[in-house]
Design a protein around this ligand. Sequence first.
Ligand code: FAD
Length: 305
Amino acid sequence: MEQAMRGFFLYLSRNKALTKVAKKYGLQFGAKRFVAGDTINLAVDVIRGLNNKGLDVTIDYLGEFIESEEEAMEMTNQCIEAIQAIGRESIESQLSLKLTSLGLDLSSDIAIQNMKRILDEAETNGVFVTIDMEDYSRCEKTLRIFKELKTKYDNIGTVIQAYLRRTENDMKELDAYEPNLRLVKGAYKEPKEVVFPKKQDVDENFKKIIEMHMLNGHYTAVATHDDKIIEYTKNLVLKHNIPKEQFEFQMLYGIRTEKQEELVKDGYRMRVYVPYGTDWYGYFMRRLAERPANVAFVLKGMSKK
Ligand code: FAD
């Protein structure tokens, strides 16, 4: 049942028509729980509130299904506006983005040019930029672009997904770039040949790559809401004396808020991923796919309207 629901919401998340309709109607169906608002000003207020609680942030201007160079340029401008707002408002925040929103599906060159504009502005404002990892069909291109940009920029990182079979090899190849990586389980519906089919195997691979990356001495963001993985990480850093400056935990805005604050109280660096913008639909559907309890929350919210 859970698997069927997951598939259903991931299917909905890829629906272009619904994405367009949702954009027109503003944040609906409880999406506000997971999305900071539709403007950068609302996002800044949320970031400031989180910073005041000792939480670090990475913001993400939401955008899916970019079909023209102009749309990719507009997304780039929005990212630059976000970076300038971070600098101007003196708030603590990094930026996360997706290469498809910068035109990856049109051409790698367009995405690279847009990335360079963003990274130049980010460098000026002291902002770190993480390239989110999308579905498997974009993984190879994303890693190639990351490697190319990493040779020119220090303020860039990317994401590695534990559910992919290719991941361990990717980590070995990335090692020479001394990358700052966010490690996650993986959020997309993928062909079964390319992923570990059992959740238990994904979790074991997750632990394996956390250990690999930390012991290689590179900065590691462990992005999960899973207590077992958080405990594993805490024990690993204790065992190997890994300094607190070499790693952080990350969680999504609106998920396990108390746990986020508890980690800060215990002295860990904790970063919250804060999405904003009018294009909330696909992101929201992926969150529903991850956890049936989120669906119950939404239904409750709808019945109150
Ligand atoms: P799950 O296996 O989903 O959950 C494990 C356990 O965590 C649950 O059993 C429960 O105990 C607890 N839990 C989970 N959710 C809740 C909740 N709502 N309330 C209470 N307890 C809960 N994926 C990508 O593919 N690409 C990316 O670039 C990417 N970036 C991400 C960035 C961040 C900061 C985060 C946190 C996730 C990102 N993801 C990304 C999503 C990720 O791949 C997973 O889909 C998502 O994090 C769910 O997996 P999980 O590790 O939290 O554990």
